[in-house]
Design a protein around this ligand. Structure first.
Ligand code: FMN
Length: 149
């Protein structure tokens, strides 16, 4: 059975909503999914699954990572995920210049540690609408297909 772990950060619930959509999509595709809040997650746990996901919002004056996910981001650099499939997603606000910068930061970090981008990241403007839901479902499907390659 294909396995996945989703690590997420969400302050006002938008990224959490995206997380639930992805979790359900993966489960419907027969994937065994574990979803963990970033404050409870350890990067090493990604070593035990086929698909690694991070969902995060973007915050701060300079498009900073949310405070609660900084440790996870830094510790992620210490592990080797060569050959594992990853996907990133999150909510932001197009009002800001650096829309969903934190999603891009995690994409880069995963690439640095050897993981393979299984699907292009999904960036959602505030809460997920109909089109976003479709994108999140197709994101989940692509990740599963890539993991089966
Ligand atoms: N969104 C961005 O895309 N880029 C930003 O630089 C950014 N900075 C923010 C700074 C502040 C002070 C606040 C309140 C929001 C900012 N946002 C930014 C918007 C949040 O990422 C957005 O509200 C998001 O939906 C929150 O996700 P959550 O509901 O999962 O917490």
């Amino acid at each position: 059975m294909t396995t996945a772990m989703i690590v997420y950060a969400s302050l006002t619930g938008n990224t959490e909503e995206c997380t639930t959509i992805i979790e359900e999509a993966l489960e419907n595709l027969g994937v065994d999914v574990e979803t963990v809040d970033c404050m409870q997650a350890e990067p090493e746990d990604f070593l035990d699954v086929d698909i690694c996901l991070v969902g995060t919002y973007t915050y701060g004056n300079d498009a900073n990572l949310p405070d609660e996910i900084v440790d996870f981001y830094e510790e992620l650099a210490e592990i080797d995920l060569t050959g594992k499939v990853f996907g990133t997603y999150g909510s932001g606000d197009t009002f800001y210049d650096k829309f969903c910068q934190s999603v891009d930061d995690f994409t880069e970090r995963f690439k640095e540690i050897g993981a393979i981008e299984g699907a292009e990241s999904v960036k959602v403007d505030l809460d997920p609408g109909e089109e976003d839901i479709e994108n999140l479902n197709s994101f989940a499907k692509k990740l599963v297909e890539k993991a089966a390659d």
